[in-house]
Design a protein around this ligand. Sequence first.
Ligand code: ZN
Ligand code: ZN
Length: 356
Amino acid sequence: MTQRIEKLRTALKELGVDAFITEKGENRRYLSGFTGSTGWVIVTKSEAFLVTDFRYIDQAKEQAAHFTVVNNERKATEAIAKVLMENGVKRLAFEGSVSFSTYQEWSRAFEGVEMVPAIGLMEKLRMYKDESELTVIREAIRIADEAFSHILSYIKPGVRELDVALELEFFMRKQGADSSAFDIIVASGARGALPHGVASDKVIQAGEMVTLDFGAQYKGYHSDITRTVAVGEPDPKLKEIYDIVLRAQLAGVQALKPGLTGKEADAVTRDIITAAGYGEAYGHSAGHGLGMQVHELPNLSAVSPHVLEPGMLVTMEPGIYVSGLGGVRIEDDCLITENGCEILTKSTKELLILPV
Ligand code: ZN
Ligand code: ZN
């Protein structure tokens, strides 16, 4: 945590501010270790404060050992104003997630303090995963991989998408996940053409492909994996689509390395899918950063300016969606290393044809 604070202080110096405030859960936890649902982290040039209320004081002192915990007895804004005044803060950086009404309230209450927007500042720091984060992320991914192997024997004709989603979630939680990372996508048959087809009460039929997109939330971090499996022999057209997506996905992960831009990474997959005649059927970006949020920086998209660097964690998830027929998506979580990437998700990407 102290290293993270030092990196933040370097960024604050570049911004020319005396302090930074965040009320965002992920950033509060990232900087302080505090997991409570309410609190404000204030980092100055030499101090770090955590303002919270009586419900969380003991927890805050224990989790945020490097912070001075401030008990907000009346109004948070007053307690924050006091910290700012006592520490001589004249320029305060705040995040883009601060609501307009909070901004107005702070501007009125923090007398003599200039409010400086620091949009995306924490998100940029969080792009680089440290060792302790990677340990937790690897576990979140292990849980998702195990859940995938577990669910294979459960998927069969007659089972509802919802039941598959429930079983995945139940299994992941039994394996130690705090929750599912997001609403689980189970899209079978023609529903496979919906890239975000959250599990419905549709019953899975023989001959359908099923796209499963899910992940575990574990100790504040997320995994995110997609596999598409066939339930019995699928339509030859879908098999052909599967091969194209797999080729694009393999080329995509193969290309990931420091120096590559998000735009270039996206193009590697898009070129293959377009050349195969399905460019129009690949309507989303190739991937996204992953960590305390399921979607964070850097982006792998046609407009992404981000340059990959070691320590970044991204997904690689090309897909093809054909209305009325179905769809295929394959997604891995990849850690950018010194000379390439390490694919952290281990589940097989061969087309699995499940027995009916
Ligand atoms: Zn996903
Ligand atoms: Zn994803």
